[in-house]
Design a protein around this ligand. Structure first.
Ligand code: SF4
Length: 406
């Protein structure tokens, strides 16, 4: 989970070391230190000088009565700030699938990274912020890796938060004998061309996230209704079985009009093309560390359920349209782990020890609500403030203000 790297505090009680950022270079230094030091204490003391490595036991946290962070103090030679590590050239990264097997979610698929980071800055998106700057794999390196993958399987999954921005995407997808799978596409003309190359594939996804132009401006998703309708139509006309459309509910400043906007938009997509299935994937907005929305509150679960109901009802009679959504309670837990501090560790421990009732413990729940159902202020000490992710808190706050002021 990416947010455990960018907010490792809920796991502080259980881990010795957390790698902050991209681990490739840190791992090499860590493994060599591991070989050179016999005892754990000696190893951890040595690792304090390694950039990007966070060792929770060297920090003491003091809380106020409400559960917020009053003070954070380092001990021994621990650094006050942990800097995110980034590799400059992903063409040199050794990260790729080690095995292929039918026993996993991506059955028999070889996963390869084409891009890391995203040139867009959607205000809710963790990946868009923490993997900055966006980097692209050299096409010759990617082609060689694909050829290696073909010795194991025909199924190759290309990874990148915004593959439409990979300049060689079309050339790669034209490679013979490969059954490519891609992550969601940005709704634009290039994505439509990419989708045409995916002809005959089961599904292609686009992610407008919000149903109205107004709310897409708030979240900084720079795509218009025209982009969405045009891309959706081209995808469905490329004989792709299912067009998957991602939406979020509970985004900052969202109103019922925005929910009605989701329904209208999907109806327009359907009216433009009767071919194929349209699957909506609706998830509840969860604020994430290091995004402009990190200070925002989640929508109460009762309202999340009502808005989901409204979407399902509004699309009930649309032919070939299916609505899937995540379980609101799981989104809440995601929020707790993304935004919580070390106190959340107690809940993790109870769940890990098999206490099935831990999540139903009412007294606990009110404490957990503290992390997710509360608007925060820039002056508040956030659990992840000790991490320097290369993004200034002030800049994020300005972006947040811009968003909520519309
Ligand atoms: S939501 Fe997609 S396009 Fe927006 S920043 Fe994140 S990865 Fe990029």
């Amino acid at each position: 989970m990416r947010f455990t790297i960018y907010n490792p505090e809920p796991l502080a009680e259980f881990i010795d070391v957390s790698f902050t950022g991209e681990a490739e270079d840190m791992l090499m230094g860590f493994l060599s230190a591991y070989r050179d030091h016999k005892g754990k204490t000696q190893l951890l003391e040595h690792l304090l000088s390694h950039e990007g490595i966070y060792i929770p036991r060297y920090y003491k946290i003091e809380y106020d009565d409400a559960g917020g962070i009053l003070r954070r103090e380092k001990t021994d030679n621990a650094p006050a700030v942990i800097r995110k590590q980034t590799i400059p050239d992903i063409s040199k990264s050794f990260m790729k699938s080690a095995i292929t097997t039918p026993e996993i979610e991506f059955s028999n698929m070889y996963l390869l990274e084409a891009m890391r980071g995203c040139p867009w800055s959607c205000r809710f998106c963790l990946a868009g912020q923490i993997y900055k700057p966006a980097r692209k794999k050299d096409i010759a390196v990617l082609k060689t890796e694909i050829k290696e993958a073909l010795t194991m399987t025909r199924r190759v999954g290309l990874i990148g938060p915004s593959l439409s921005d990979y300049p060689h995407a079309e050339e790669i997808l034209m490679m013979e004998g490969v059954d490519f799978s891609i992550t969601s596409l940005r709704a634009n003309i290039k994505s439509a061309r990419i989708a045409a190359l995916m002809k005959g594939h089961k599904s292609v996804s686009i992610a407008p996230e919000a149903g109205t132009e107004r709310l897409r401006t708030v979240i900084n998703k720079k795509i218009t209704e025209e982009d969405i309708l045009d891309t959706a139509q081209r995808i469905l006309q490329s004989n792709i079985e299912t067009l998957r459309i991602y939406f979020m509910i509970g985004l900052p400043t969202e109103t019922e009009e925005d929910i009605a906007g989701i329904i209208d938009l999907v109806k327009k997509v359907r009216a433009n093309s009767p071919k194929g299935y349209i699957t909506l994937s609706v998830s509840a907005f969860v604020p994430k560390p290091f995004t402009p929305f990190q200070w925002h509150s989640m929508l109460p679960l009762k309202e999340v359920k009502e808005r989901l109901k409204m979407i399902k009802k509004g699309l009930l009679n649309e032919k070939g349209v299916r609505v899937f959504h995540d379980v609101p309670k799981y989104a809440y837990m995601q929020g707790v782990f993304a935004l919580g501090n070390r106190s959340v560790g107690a809940l993790i421990k109870r769940i890990a020890l098999g206490d099935a009732l831990a999540l139903k413990d009412k007294s606990f729940e009110s404490d957990l609500d503290f992390y997710v159902f509360r608007k925060k202020d820039i002056s508040e000490n956030l659990p992840w403030d000790f991490i320097d992710a290369g993004i200034s808190k002030e800049k994020l706050w300005q972006e947040y203000q811009k968003a909520i002021e519309g």
